[in-house]
Design a protein around this ligand. Structure first.
Ligand SMILES: Cc1ncc(COP(=O)(O)O)c(C=O)c1O
Length: 372
């Protein structure tokens, strides 16, 4: 369950922000430019790429929720990742959890091919420690926890301490759990990134990202680079993000309640060989008995929609092998457990019994395992 302070804070975002009208829903400031009272003076707003009143309300709220010094709202989750990695120098040595969103992996690969940075991947705490000891230099560590789609959990506190001991900084992609379930900056991480497209906005109608810095110095660098490179979020999208955040606690509590119950029930299905649920949040992965029957399973589903993405109020099913993780070479992904029998479910806010009934009727397509 969401703690009451976060729930209250979320519901009130943007209220009391317009002294002229008392508007409870924050105004959308579309103006790209702002009058200067006189030479050398500013209202605090000059040009929307740099700072926009609607986006500022959103960014201040996100910084507070993640316990950071400053947040930048970006045009997508990938833009947020690019922004944070952009802070590191040419030739940066980055260690990354291997099981991560395929788009992040694709970007890291591109950086490596370009010669901008080098990446080494780890699957477990032991492998991380092994790598730390083996590499001559560590600029940064990039982590998803739980990982996507295998739901491994890493100990942020321990990894942050070990990263800092080698002079590096820790970046955590907090898309899956949101700050309502995990605040990586309070555990020692230096940066948090999000695909705001997922749980934070939650309605499958907004593409957005968030980058948050812990220290004021890093916050200043982040804001400088965001202004310089220009991937900041538009005013209307910032307003839509604020509007969506107000119900995040309600949505996530319900998604989690549904997911927890489904994860438990799915383990009893003879067509399901493994259920991967990290214990909180709204994401479940599962393995089925016969990958060849997956196309028929996807067609049989009536409530779950076969689509890429996650975190919205509508339940979705994703096939990582061809969708979100299709750009990872087959040998690489299969070696770490992303095999063709794996499906990923994003649980929505529908009635839990309806979701279970839909899965139950569609799972019938798979043969039953002889023994569990
Ligand atoms: C964990 C994670 N991080 C980052 C991203 C990228 O976000 P966006 O699609 O908003 O660019 C995604 C997208 O699926 C994701 O799942």
């Amino acid at each position: 369950m969401t703690n009451e302070k976060d729930a209250t804070f979320l519901a009130q975002i943007g209220n009391h922000k317009d002294p002229y009208t008392g508007a409870i829903s924050a105004p959308i400031h579309l103006s790209t430019t702002y009058a200067h009272p006189s030479l050398g003076q500013s209202t605090g707003f000059d040009y929307t790429r740099t700072k926009n009143p609607t986006r500022s309300i959103l960014e201040e709220a996100l910084a507070k929720l993640e316990a950071g010094s400053l947040a930048v709202a970006t045009s997508s989750g990938m833009a947020a990742i690019q922004l944070v990695l952009g802070l590191f120098p040419q030739g940066a040595h980055i260690l990354a959890g291997r099981d991560l969103y395929g788009g992040s992996y694709r970007y890291f690969n591109f950086l490596e091919e370009q010669g901008s940075a080098s990446f080494a991947y780890f699957d477990s705490q032991e492998e991380f420690e092994h790598l730390l000891a083996a590499v001559p230099e560590v600029t940064a560590v990039f982590l998803e926890t739980p990982t996507n789609p295998l739901m491994h959990l890493f100990d942020i506190k321990q990894i942050a301490a070990q990263t800092h001991a080698r002079g590096g900084q820790l970046i955590v992609d907090n898309t899956f759990l949101t700050p309502l379930r995990q605040k990586p900056l309070t555990l020692g991480a230096d940066f948090v990134v999000h695909s705001g497209t997922k749980f934070l906005s939650g309605h499958n109608d907004l593409l957005a990202g968030v980058a948050v810095a812990k220290s004021p110095e890093d916050g200043e660098r982040l804001a400088w680079l965001a202004n310089t490179t220009g991937g900041t979020l538009a005013p209307f999208d910032s307003w839509l993000f604020i509007r969506s955040l107000k119900t995040l606690a309600l949505r996530l509590d319900r998604q989690e309640e549904n997911a927890r119950s489904l994860a438990e029930k799915l383990t009893a299905f003879p067509q399901v060989t493994e259920v991967l649920y990290p214990g909180s949040g709204g994401m479940i992965s599962l393995r089925v008995t016969d990958p060849d029957k997956i196309p028929a399973f996807l067609e049989k589903l009536q409530l779950f929609t076969f689509a890429e993405s996650l975190g919205g109020v509508e339940s979705l099913v994703t096939y990582p092998t061809t969708q979100t993780h299709g750009d990872i070479p087959v040998a690489v992904r299969e070696a770490y457990g992303l095999t063709p029998d794996l499906l990923r479910l994003s649980i929505g806010i529908e009635e839990g019994a309806d979701l279970l009934a839909d899965l139950q009727q569609a799972l019938e397509i798979f043969p039953k395992a002889a023994q569990r």
